[in-house]
Write a protein that binds this ligand. Sequence first.
Ligand code: NAP
Length: 334
Amino acid sequence: MTEQTPDQVHDVVIVGSGPAGYTAAVYMARANLNPIVLTGSVTAGGELMNTTDVENFPGFPEGIMGPDLMMNMEQQARRFGADIRHEDATELILDRPIKQITTGAGEVLHSRAVVLATGSAYRELGVPGEKELSGHGVSWCATCDGFFFREQNIAVVGGGDSAMEEALFLTKFASQVTVLHRREELRASQIMVDRAKANEKITFVWNTEVTEVQGEGKVSRLILRDTVTGEPSALDVTGLFVAIGHDPRTALFKDQLTLTADGTAWVDGRSSRTSLPGVFAAGDVLDPTYRQAITAAGSGCVAALDVEHWLADNVPTDAAEVPSETTLNSPVPL
Ligand code: NAP
């Protein structure tokens, strides 16, 4: 592992690269804070890289493809000098004035401020067969895997916007898409519900949950349970797309920061300030409710402005060196 020389203390490192991370980077680069962005080695761009048309991000009257939107944001951040690295953060030490961020390459970065923009991860059903048949008929990404289900009968589980979007996208390939929802009422927005209901390839099965995914080497059958009567049933499909929401990605720092009851990073009011000085959160990782590209982008802007003010208030102008080990473990110098 290569330790950095002590005089390399960055102002801010951003961990994560969805709309929150890139927006924070744009603002902070324009404020001459020279942000480093650790985008993730395989997840650069975040969830929107797995999306098709984004129709509700303001400024794109014809809509824009999710990956194009994220590449635009990355380019915009680079234009102002953000140091964007397609690397993971593998360890964070946040409880000291100069935080340490270990990258997947083994480099240890030192930074006065850190913005956590790690987003959220696909939720799993947690039923037998799901993990075993993942990649063999069980998928979390229609845009990635839909192509493999040409002229097949497949199912989507979930009742939110993601489930509707996945189901609609999958009708381009599949002959029949069955949406399985555990209640009788969809959570998705009306426009998505209307589109899904108008599509003749999509059928809905209400009050139903998946209790098992079966198949020898690939999915062939789902075992279902009626959530009202408890009656079991079976559905023969060759694919199952799980679209039941996301959980905040907090594994890297959940033992160091206060979390909310929803498992998101706790922040102080409408700010991005977490329970640790110099540590800020942005995007889905703090948001159990809205989780839109535009709200994540707004949240990244909030974090950038908070970091800017915090650095101005907390870093003495002559503070250019990493404190000694003793100082590292002491409270933030004011
Ligand atoms: P979501 O809105 O939280 O919906 C999750 C759905 O999965 C709910 O219907 C939920 O059922 C169901 N569910 C959760 N856990 C389950 C389980 N263990 N078994 C079976 N079903 C389960 O998540 P989302 O659809 O991923 O959307 C997240 C956010 O992104 C939302 O704000 C959404 O509007 C946004 N989004 C927007 C678009 C768009 O505008 N084009 C596209 C995708 C996502 P219950 O309803 O019973 O709780």
